[in-house]
Design a protein around this ligand. Structure first.
Ligand code: CA
Ligand code: CA
Ligand code: CA
Ligand code: CA
Length: 408
């Protein structure tokens, strides 16, 4: 496939991005930095303006970049710079952004961004050195609502699962530097949310897909294809699914977020799921993400609420209790756990449609309003972090990133 354009970016050395866990979003706890305490920072570190001790000062050469799929014909890259967020590139695809996913598809240290818009293509952009390069354009995707990287075939590279609202679930196999169609099915009416995870414990990653007017379905990985297994007892207007071991018994359990009904938790019993909890506070969920907000080792749950506050539920043995609500009801489409400030805990980013999206900072398990991202119309948001070598230009040098918008 041809590249259709390239953008000059700072020369950076790129670190392998964390392999995706499940659903459309994934947390990454990585750099082991310490929050600045009253005693200051450990020797050899500095407390930067965001209140984080960093090994090599506030300009550590780290790129922390948020990709945002927006419903105004743009997908944007924003860099975190000294506690502020700057627009560093606007990728004009002439269609509304729908979903995106960071992943290092071939494990070469170059982060890849899969982007789906309301148009009929899915694009893969590589941030290779100082160039943003469109390495692939997949025409077989029409209205993708969720795209998620995962090593589906266990060969070490990341493959891509896509929930395409126009009837189709697709898996693309990464091979020889390209994604190729591996499997698809039209068994669901309007697939919307998709999550990867080994739900049957056979070592291969399975798919869980929820959609509009459909039961949630598990598709078991059978090598070259996926076979439909458990389906939920209800057909709801499902928007998001997520997998995590909520009860600590070693298997992956399922969260389902839908319109006009509560969020449901289904716990896993040998690949079959049983409803064990519902969130009565949320009536209209559009996004879900599991992340350990309180650092006790179990996955807690963030829920994006539509025209109601987004919420966080703390997990206690598979039973969830509400511990946080966004200050105002918003039309929220996505929630994403990521250690934005690099202090070792997961901060929460909430993508809003009719209001600016926000980052809530985690301090000892308590979330507080931190950054106004200055962008509305957010359908999907996802952060990535990778280091730049000494002497390279940081992503925070927005002028360098904005020099050459991606060619249409
Ligand atoms: Ca693979
Ligand atoms: Ca479990
Ligand atoms: Ca927890
Ligand atoms: Ca943090």
């Amino acid at each position: 496939m041809q590249s259709n354009g390239a953008v000059r970016l700072p020369a950076v050395a790129l670190l392998l991005l964390g392999a995706p866990l499940a659903a459309c979003f994934r947390p990454a706890i990585d750099d082991g930095a310490f929050a600045c305490g009253s005693a200051g920072c450990p020797p050899g570190t500095l407390c930067d303006r965001t209140g984080v001790c960093r090994a090599d000062g506030p300009d550590s050469g780290e790129n922390v970049v948020l990709a945002a799929a927006r419903n105004d014909n743009a997908t944007e890259l924003h860099a975190l710079c000294d506690g502020e967020v700057r627009l560093v590139n606007r990728l004009n695809f002439a269609q509304d952004g729908q979903t995106l996913s960071w992943g290092d598809s071939n494990l070469d240290g170059v982060p890849s961004l899969a982007v789906a818009t309301t148009g009929d293509v899915l694009r893969v952009l590589d941030l290779r050195g100082d160039v943003v390069d469109e390495t692939q354009r997949i025409p077989a995707v029409q209205t993708a609502r969720c795209a998620s990287w995962h090593d589906a075939d266990g060969d070490g590279d990341l493959d891509l699962g896509v929930a395409d609202r126009t009837h189709s679930i697709k898996v693309f196999d990464f091979d020889d530097g390209q994604l190729s169609p591996q499997w698809d099915t039209d068994e669901m009416i309007q697939p919307w949310g998709l999550a990867w995870g080994d739900v049957d414990g056979d070592g291969a990653a399975d798919l869980v897909v929820g959609g509009s007017g459909d039961a949630v379905a598990v598709y078991h990985n059978a090598g070259a294809s996926f076979e439909r297994g458990w389906v939920s007892p209800r057909a709801e207007d499902t928007r998001a699914v997520a997998l995590a071991d909520v009860d600590g018994d070693g298997d992956l359990d399922l969260a389902v977020g839908s319109r006009a009904v509560p969020v449901r938790i289904y716990t896993n019993d040998k690949g079959q799921f049983r409803e064990t909890w519902t969130a009565i506070e949320i009536a209209d969920a559009s996004g879900l993400d599991f992340g350990d907000v309180d650092g006790d080792g179990d996955p807690d749950l963030a829920v994006a609420g539509r025209n109601e506050p987004s919420r966080v539920y703390r997990n206690d043995g598979g039973v969830f209790a509400p511990i946080w609500a966004a200050p105002e009801p918003r039309d929220s489409f996505s929630v994403s756990w990521f250690d934005v400030d690099g202090d070792g805990d997961l901060d929460l980013t909430v993508g809003n449609s009719a209001a600016t999206s926000r980052v809530y900072r985690n301090d000892a398990g308590v979330l507080s309003d931190w950054i106004d991202l200055g962008l509305d119309g957010a359908r999907d948001l996802e952060w990535a972090r990778w280091p730049a070598p000494a002497g390279s230009v940081s992503a925070c040098d927005a002028a360098a990133w904005e020099a050459s918008p991606l060619a249409e």
